[in-house]
Design a protein around this ligand. Sequence first.
Ligand SMILES: CC(C)(COP(=O)(O)OP(=O)(O)OC[C@H]1O[C@@H](n2cnc3c(N)ncnc32)[C@H](O)[C@@H]1OP(=O)(O)O)[C@@H](O)C(=O)NCCC(=O)NCCS
Length: 152
Amino acid sequence: MTIAIDIRRISAEDTVLLRHSVLWPDHPVSHVLLPEDASGFHYGAFLPGGDRPTAVVSVFVDALPRAGSDDRARAARFRKFACDPARQGRGVGTRLLAHAFNAAAAEMKCDVIWCDARTSAAGWYERRGMVRFGDTFFKGDVEYVKMKKALL
Ligand SMILES: CC(C)(COP(=O)(O)OP(=O)(O)OC[C@H]1O[C@@H](n2cnc3c(N)ncnc32)[C@H](O)[C@@H]1OP(=O)(O)O)[C@@H](O)C(=O)NCCC(=O)NCCS
């Protein structure tokens, strides 16, 4: 069942709880803090009346890896995308990511968006129009692949 959500810009600090509990629970909280956080655009999806986000994502202006020297596209990268497990599978992540893509195009003036995707989530991203590029690689014991999508 689709649930009502409100998506809004939040502080980097307000992403930390979900980043940590969903993505890297076995690491110290410091593991989910990024030096780039101060310059990022952070978004949260809120349930009605909720004061803590149920899903979060962070977007940064960051050059597309392995872009050719003639590729002048301005690129955005999204990182630390996580939804509360109790609310997954109800369309919250889909709507939050669509919001982040729209913001990357309209507010950050980017032509393309990319990410380091957990291979466990790569199919999910492919169903939302992203394509894999480059080889798979590991961060700790988690396997990743780079993915990108042109922004309209
Ligand atoms: C990846 C993640 C953020 C997606 O968030 P989510 O809210 O569960 O995503 P959605 O609910 O939008 O989509 C999940 C599935 O539920 C389905 N779904 C169920 N009800 C739905 C509804 N009402 N509306 C839309 N989709 C719905 C979708 O079809 C989708 O399935 P599909 O991709 O096979 O088509 C979340 O699963 C998560 O936090 N995973 C663990 C952390 C992680 O892997 N993060 C990404 C790191 S790269």
